[in-house]
Design a protein. Structure first.
Length: 423
């Protein structure tokens, strides 16, 4: 593979470094930043023909890399020793060689890319963040990384209202030519991607908290395929074979916000991981948007806190478009999808609407108890657990089980991991 102008290392070199013991995105980022600041030869044609192991002292940045330098960059001792063995003789252990070989084989596949910071596809906005990934694995169309982007994040166990309103906002943003970026997780993330897919106007990007060999969660595998089929992309900074681990997901949130002009928090409790994305957005000087909810709804407490702290309260998509001054004027695309008045005193009428008419109708034979449960769920406008339904209806547990089974059988209630919502 050719040499990166800024770092003096090839893509293969960066791959190999990412497999070292104790390495991680922040340590790779520090090394990349250091190397990119060194003076580089002006001839890229000459660099493309030079291997890491046959450069003259004048030709490559690796001459400036020493064990002491890596320790100064806060690399662990074992990692620094392995790096120097690689730089001096190309030495890797068997596991690292296997990862290198499988990664190089993957890169031979259609629409499989390794995008370094110096590549044209690497988003300029992402370079601005504190720990910019040295490179990204991209499956799909890398050109969409240049589109204007808005991140959407929120609760994994969102309410029916949260799912529907997220889907509608994502669809409307996509209609306007804005690429929706999210994390591919259950709940709000899924609704965000599905809304963009429903639009079929602008591709969507899923930033994975795993390697691209593990499309997590498994429940969304079909959705990931649809993202690729519609010209979108799956993006990760982790080696391809990295399996799901809890500590890997929070850091990927900085990429969601780093890629985006702003982040919309759709639904979040006070302790939601979605607030991590909002925090990254603030640190990265990105816009933060929040959807308000009911005062008594715990799913909205995080959003309300963000609004108190200065996040933009969002009522319709215009509130996002007006705050992101860098977004291009896309009136032609909007008019194709959503006709609107050109009058200066009107805005695009795309305020989200949640209609109970889209729910499956209750059969005439539905029992009075079942109707009472449906009335509670619709009035609360959110998913409810078994105990909450008992508290609201005053039914005993045995009767509630029978009623919920009745409603599930006729397709009017759906059980999502213990939360019952209208369907």
């Amino acid at each position: 593979m050719s040499i990166s102008n800024a770092s003096g290392l090839s893509k293969t070199d960066w791959l190999c470094l990412s497999f070292l013991s104790g390495i991680g995105p922040s340590r790779l980022s520090r090394l990349y930043t250091y190397l990119s600041q060194l003076d580089q030869p002006s001839s890229t044609d000459e660099l493309d023909t030079i291997s890491l192991f046959n450069r003259s002292d004048e030709a490559g940045s690796t001459q400036a890399i020493t064990y002491d330098l890596l320790i100064a960059l806060k690399w662990p001792e074992i990692t620094a020793r392995e790096a120097m063995a690689y730089f001096s003789a190309g030495t890797l252990n068997k596991e690292q060689e296997d990862k290198r070989d499988e990664s190089l084989a993957w890169l031979e596949g259609h629409n499989h890319h390794l995008v370094l910071q110096e590549d044209g596809f690497y988003p300029a906005a992402l370079k601005e963040i504190t720990v910019a990934p040295a490179f990204l694995y991209v499956e799909g169309n890398p050109e969409i990384l240049a589109l204007p982007k808005i991140g959407i994040v929120g609760a994994r166990k969102c309410s029916r209202y949260g799912r529907d309103i997220t889907l509608q906002f994502a669809e409307q943003l996509s209609d306007c030519g804005i690429c929706v970026v999210s994390g591919g997780a259950m709940g709000v993330d899924t609704a965000a991607h599905q809304g963009a897919l429903k639009s079929k106007t602008t591709p969507t990007i899923a930033v994975m908290g795993t390697g691209l060999f593990h499309r997590y969660p498994n429940h969304n595998r079909q959705m990931f395929n649809e993202i690729l089929e519609q010209g979108g992309a799956l993006v990760s900074e982790y080696p391809l074979s990295t399996s799901p681990r809890p500590h890997l997901f929070p850091p990927r949130n900085r990429i969601i916000s780093g890629l985006s002009m702003g982040v919309l928090v759709s639904e979040a409790s006070i302790k939601s991981g979605s607030l991590i994305s909002a925090s990254y957005a603030v640190q990265q000087n990105r816009e933060v948007f929040a959807l308000p909810g009911r005062l008594i709804d715990p799913h909205s407490e995080g959003c309300h806190q963000l609004i108190r702290q200065g996040a933009t309260l969002v009522r319709h998509v215009d509130d996002i478009l007006s705050e992101c001054s860098g977004l291009p004027v896309l009136s032609e695309k909007i008019s194709e999808k959503k006709p609107y008045s050109q009058s200066s005193n009107q805005h695009i009428d795309i305020a989200p609407r949640i209609s109970s008419g889209r729910f499956n109708p209750l059969p005439e034979s539905t029992s009075d108890n079942a109707k009472a449960v449906i009335a509670v769920i619709e009035q609360e406008a959110q998913a409810m657990d078994f105990d909450a339904l008992i508290r609201h209806t005053k039914m005993d547990a045995g009767l509630m089980m029978q009623v919920l089974m009745e409603l599930e059988l006729v397709g009017c209630v759906e059980n999502r991991e213990g939360l019952y919502c209208r369907s």
